[in-house]
Design a protein around this ligand. Structure first.
Ligand code: PLP
Length: 388
């Protein structure tokens, strides 16, 4: 009998939700272009605007300040630029400061030249070092342009929640702007733009059970905006040209609305399952290292190192047992790269880490089966000091 596979890689992507699929199929059947003035066009426009309101509501933003994009990666490349406009006047930002644990979409710095990007270190627990940020900002020469700072809200590998509001206070005291990658945080913790004091948020549909290939840049206001990355027919108020991907946007809206409505239940569900999982894993391997376990984390993520087992070996072993998880940073080639997050935390990046990430559809049976698989794999490890 074929065993049911267990999917525990929700931070890579979440399965499409049924209600999202239905909304997308309906949208595929709509003939109009949202920019057309006839009835078909107006119906398509109404769908885009509904999704914009649903996405804005997820983070307590003004729908007028939501720029819909093809991904969070595109949104990052749009906002990470030295070239800005304050109304009609051009404005230059001097330097980009990025937390060392940012996703590559942000860490590579978008349109900033590499010599104008500075990394902000993190502590061994994976928390952005605010004392270092304060020093970097104190040393920043404002004559060369104000600073732009990027600090993510929840890390995709460890799940560790970052001190964004405190970072925002430091950045604003220097007159700078802060961009917050909230891709892994939305739907897993309350995200309120005002409470975070973020100037810009990045979010992605496919981590919420929405379609892959839809994201948004959400601004606090509308006065100060980056120069567009994609110029064209004036869509998204000129901030992002190109005819809107209606079905993806409609699906994004539904996924955002469901994530907002169901936030508390989803969070309680995944947190209790994750805690059960970690307790079972610890019982099977008392030497297990769970990264960031003693600081605030989103409730669905467990990032661990099993001494004596390289992450890439572990990933294959879990996959063969029917459990999908991820190891370090999965490059687009499918190869396992070294985790820059573990390196930034000063941990053994050679050994690597494995990430289990849960979602609303994860069940207790999945957890118990995962613990049993983990126990079998842990028992097969080489004794300490003999890692392959
Ligand atoms: N930021 C974080 C923290 C992520 O985890 C991801 C996706 O893996 C991204 C950005 C990129 O999102 P997208 O796939 O929409 O480009």
């Amino acid at each position: 009998m074929a065993h049911k596979r267990i999917y525990m890689d929700w931070n890579a992507t979440a399965p499409l939700m049924d209600a999202v699929r239905e909304a997308m199929i309906d949208a595929f059947a709509m003939p109009g272009n949202p920019s057309s003035v006839h009835g078909e066009g107006r119906a398509a426009r109404a769908l885009v605007e509904k999704a914009r309101r649903q996405v804005a509501a997820l983070v307590g933003a003004n729908p007028q300040s939501v720029v819909l994009t093809s991904s969070a990666t595109e949104a990052a490349n749009l906002v990470l630029t030295p070239h800005w406009r304050m109304g009609r006047s051009p404005l230059s930002l001097g330097r980009l400061y990025v937390s060392a644990i940012e996703h590559p979409a942000v860490r590579l710095g978008g349109r900033f030249a590499p010599d104008r990007i500075t990394e902000i270190p993190v502590t061994p627990r994976g928390v952005t070092d605010l004392a270092r940020l304060e020093t970097l900002l104190a040393e920043h020469p404002v004559e060369a342009g104000l600073p732009l700072v990027a600090v993510m809200l929840a890390n995709n590998e460890t799940g560790v929640v970052q001190p964004v509001a405190e970072a925002a206070r430091l950045v604003h005291a220097k007159g700078g702007l802060i961009v917050v990658d909230a891709v892994q945080a939305v739907g897993r913790m309350a995200v309120e733009m005002d409470a975070l004091d973020a100037d810009f948020l990045l979010i992605s549909a496919h981590k919420l059970g929405g379609p892959k290939g839809a994201g948004a840049l959400i601004a606090r206001g509308e006065t100060l905006m980056p120069e567009p990355l994609i110029r064209g027919g004036g869509q998204e108020k000129g901030h992002r040209g190109g005819t809107e991907n209606l079905a993806a946007i409609a699906g994004f809206g539904v996924a955002a609305e469901l994530a907002q409505k169901d936030l508390i239940n989803r969070n309680l569900h995944v947190t209790s399952l994750r805690d059960r999982l970690e307790a079972g894993m610890r019982a099977a391997a008392p030497d297990l290292i769970i990264h960031g376990h003693d600081v605030a984390r989103i409730g669905n993520t467990c990032f661990f190192t099993l001494p004596g087992m390289k992450a890439e070996t572990g990933q294959i072993a879990f996959d063969l047992e029917g459990l999908a998880l991820s190891a370090g940073a999965a490059c687009s080639s499918g190869k396992v790269g070294q985790s820059h997050v573990l390196t930034a935390m000063g941990q053994d990046a050679q050994m690597g880490g494995l990430r289990l990430s849960l979602g609303p559809a994860t069940t207790q049976e999945d957890i118990d089966a995962a613990i049993a698989i983990f126990a079998r794999i842990a028992a097969r490890r080489r004794p300490a000091g003999q890692a392959a």
